[in-house]
Design a binder for this molecule. Structure first.
Ligand code: LLH
Ligand code: MG
Length: 384
């Protein structure tokens, strides 16, 4: 069996989310947004699919760096293909980013699952058939009744608990919010949420990612008083020493790295140096499902938990096949956004949540996406 083709299809769909100047998503007016579908096909007619960002999944990038590595190869040789793509990254002038590598690798998993009639988490070696979700808020904003004040966070937390979430993570205010960042405001929002949900619900904070050591330490001490469960990315993650320092100051668990480049190798360095207490991976951060499993197993070998960054089919399948991650990150959530609404290009969402706060593992073969191929055909546009 051999790969014959790899194509990107860019299409429009209706979205009520916009990104600010630093890339944080917020509610906005309904507009046409773009999404890309990557398709890998093989000579026996089988195909695998993965969604990605049109700004990363550009056909010229696919043709120059991905096609030569894939076409003619057995699609089941994922490790061989991944290592080949990884080596091509260095000379690609950052065009072959991890955000290209990941969807390509996930499309190969999808192809294998669809061909064998099994969900990817079963192919990886199933561990669980459902996972609890934490509600992960959008970053704070300046919208009346949105996430503009500590009281807004408190009210929204009550709503999230009523919806069934078993844990909540706040993303607080970050630039370009006019007055952000403000460590004291972050602490106030965290206190308002603790007050709203009571003493027992696990709570986490993902703060402004560029605090100084002093500000990060101050917030961490306050979070310990509020009995928060983990503290995520309050400083630039490329300064491993800063995280070693912070983890040594605090009793509470520090989690990371999330955004630091370097895939599983960076996670290994953080573990060896004691830069965090809970490690982190996500399919889009480390180049796919295979490398995420490497991080999970690396952490497990050191007796550490590994929590997964972000939702979506790839991360859900990873959670279905690993032992040492507790939560699915469901979001990002906001009082003005209906997260359960199905976008036009799907027939159903990948992560429906029951009233107890659990997400079932996908049962469809492959990644489990319920793709509306007719919608995508009808809304296909020329890539920009
Ligand atoms: O900065 C943001 O918009 C969020 O932190 C975002 O990256 C989110 O994906 C995250 O960090 N989740 O854990
Ligand atoms: Mg985060």
């Amino acid at each position: 069996m051999k790969i014959t083709d790899i194509q990107v299809q860019v299409f429009t769909y209706k979205s009520k989310q916009v990104n600010d100047s630093e890339g944080h998503s917020h509610p906005g007016p309904e507009h046409d947004a773009q999404q890309a579908l990557l398709t890998v096909t093989a000579d026996d007619g089988s195909a695998g699919y993965c969604f990605g960002s049109p700004s990363s999944l550009r056909q010229p990038v696919i043709d120059q760096f991905v096609r030569p590595e894939l076409v003619g190869r057995d699609p089941h040789d994922r490790e061989l293909i991944w290592q080949g793509l990884y080596k091509r990254q260095r000379g690609s002038g950052e065009l072959l980013s991890d955000r290209v590598l990941a969807p390509v690798e996930m499309a190969l998993w999808d192809l294998a699952g669809r061909k064998l009639g099994l969900p990817v988490w079963k192919l990886l070696g199933g561990y669980r058939d459902r996972v609890p979700a934490y509600g992960s808020t959008m970053c704070g904003d300046e919208m009346a009744g949105g996430l503009a004040t500590p009281e807004d966070y408190g009210r929204f937390a009550e709503w999230l608990v009523n919806r069934g979430y078993q844990a909540i993570k706040l993303h607080t205010w970050m630039p370009p919010v006019s007055w952000a960042p403000d460590p004291k405001m972050d602490v106030k929002a965290c206190a308002a949420v603790r007050e709203a949900v009571g003493p027992d619900l696990p709570l986490m904070l993902d703060a402004n990612h560029w605090y100084s050591r002093e500000d990060a330490w101050y917030i961490g001490r306050e979070l310990e008083e509020l009995d928060y469960y983990w503290y995520e990315e309050p400083m630039d993650e490329h300064s491993t020493s800063s995280y070693v320092w912070l983890a040594n100051q605090l009793k509470m668990p520090v989690l990371g790295p999330e955004m630091a480049q370097g895939k599983f190798r960076t996670r290994a360095e953080w573990i060896v140096r004691g830069a965090s207490d809970i490690t982190r991976t996500g399919v889009m951060d480390v180049g796919g499902i295979g490398p995420s499993m490497k991080v999970a197993h690396l952490a497990e070998s050191h007796g550490l938990a590994c929590e997964i960054h972000g939702g979506g089919s790839g991360n859900l399948n990873v959670l279905g096949a690993m032992y040492n991650g507790r939560w699915y990150e469901r979001g990002l959530l906001h009082p003005f956004i209906d997260y359960d609404e199905t976008p036009g290009y799907l027939n159903s969402i990948i992560d429906p949540m029951d009233s107890q706060g659990y997400i079932p593992m996908p049962t469809r073969p492959g990644l489990g996406e319920d793709i509306n191929f007719d919608y995508i055909e009808e809304h296909t546009v020329e890539a920009a």
